[in-house]
Design a binder for this molecule. Structure first.
Ligand SMILES: NC(=O)c1ccc[n+]([C@@H]2O[C@H](COP(=O)([O-])OP(=O)(O)OC[C@H]3O[C@@H](n4cnc5c(N)ncnc54)[C@H](OP(=O)(O)O)[C@@H]3O)[C@@H](O)[C@H]2O)c1
Length: 289
């Protein structure tokens, strides 16, 4: 049977394209069908609903924005899970919170299927180059079934543990990502206020031990004032919101998380949600915090 791929945004379109380039025949669905055009031109079949896709596939990848979108596409009106052939495998690459992933896994098992959480670390360029890092939660045997496909889309596959654990690792990762981005933006803000150029600050900070490696590419975007989305700011805010829910569920206090989350909420209110996460610097620069 062919591979189903649902969600052809920034990440999903590139992940699916890599599967296709490796010779796999794809069935695809996207809420906005136009985004499937490039894949269809290369031979993918575009289905008119998630349900129609499920009737022809027993292996479905999803790369959707939020838990709400995932739930709607999987279990809503025209959702795909109800129409899958028996014992199908759903590989959910979307970033969702651990308790939601566990719920999705349970609902899926209740209907006689299997579920892997498989969120990814890495953004637009790693997705394009097939260099993502997959963080897996689920059964070893289910992972074995898709390992070859994950190896096409990624450079590493980490089996963190059971269902929910892949999403847990992703949550922790993105909390760190947001803090690092914010810390760098604030360092630039203070440094420039003291008369040091953005170039000098970037060069110095990024060649030292204190800055996270991913900030090199964000520095380029900041210098070029190019906030075209690689990782949309609104999805980073979503991840911080999900981390906050998770901290509540775990009875863990994370005061820094709350502050960072609200900073991204303010930037979103000012219309920066669809821009790249690095636009948090633009927001700080505006002095409207
Ligand atoms: N971009 C990154 O750097 C990055 C890195 C790692 C992980 N992630 C995670 O990967 C996921 C996808 O991110 P992305 O950057 O590819 O986002 P994106 O470009 O905004 O794509 C989101 C996808 O979800 C679909 N969608 C949203 N709401 C829907 C709904 N109610 N029903 C059906 N489809 C819906 C969109 O359909 P339409 O095209 O119709 O809007 C689109 O296919 C998110 O969970 C994000 O947090 C992103």
């Amino acid at each position: 049977m062919e591979i189903g791929f649902i969600g052809l945004g920034i990440m999903g379109s590139r992940m699916a394209a890599n599967l296709q380039k490796a010779g796999h025949q794809l069935l695809v669905y996207n809420r906005t069908p136009d985004k499937a055009a490039a894949l269809v031109a290369q031979g993918a079949e575009l289905l008119s609903s998630p349900q129609n896709l499920a009737q022809k596939s027993n292996l479905v990848f999803t790369m959707l924005s939020t838990p709400e979108a995932v739930k709607e596409v999987a279990f809503g009106h025209q959702g795909f899970v109800q129409s899958l052939p028996a014992n199908s495998l759903w590989v959910n690459c979307s970033t969702v919170n651990p308790s939601f992933a566990i719920k999705m896994a349970q609902y899926t098992k209740d209907r006689g299927h299997r579920y892997l959480d498989a969120p990814v670390s890495g953004s637009l360029m790693p997705a394009e180059k097939g260099e993502l890092i997959f963080l897996i939660g689920g059964e070893e045997s289910d992972l074995r079934q898709v390992q070859e496909l994950l190896d096409i889309m990624g450079k590493a596959v980490i089996h963190v543990g059971e269902n929910g654990q892949g999403s847990s690792m992703k949550m922790v990762n993105n909390m760190l990502l947001a803090h690092a981005m914010t810390a760098f933006a604030e360092a630039l803000r203070l440094g420039t206020s003291l008369g040091i150029s953005e170039e000098m600050l970037g060069q110095t900070l990024l060649s030292g031990p204190a800055a996270a490696p991913f900030l090199k590419s964000k520095q380029t975007k900041i210098l070029n004032r190019d906030y075209a989305p690689e990782f949309p700011l609104e999805w980073l805010h979503k991840d911080l919101h999900l981390a906050a829910i998770t901290a509540y569920e775990q009875n863990v206090a994370l005061p820094g998380l709350q502050t960072t989350k609200e900073l991204y909420a303010q930037a979103k209110e000012k219309g920066l949600g669809p821009e790249d996460m690095s636009a948090i610097y633009q927001f700080l620069q505006s002095g409207k915090v």
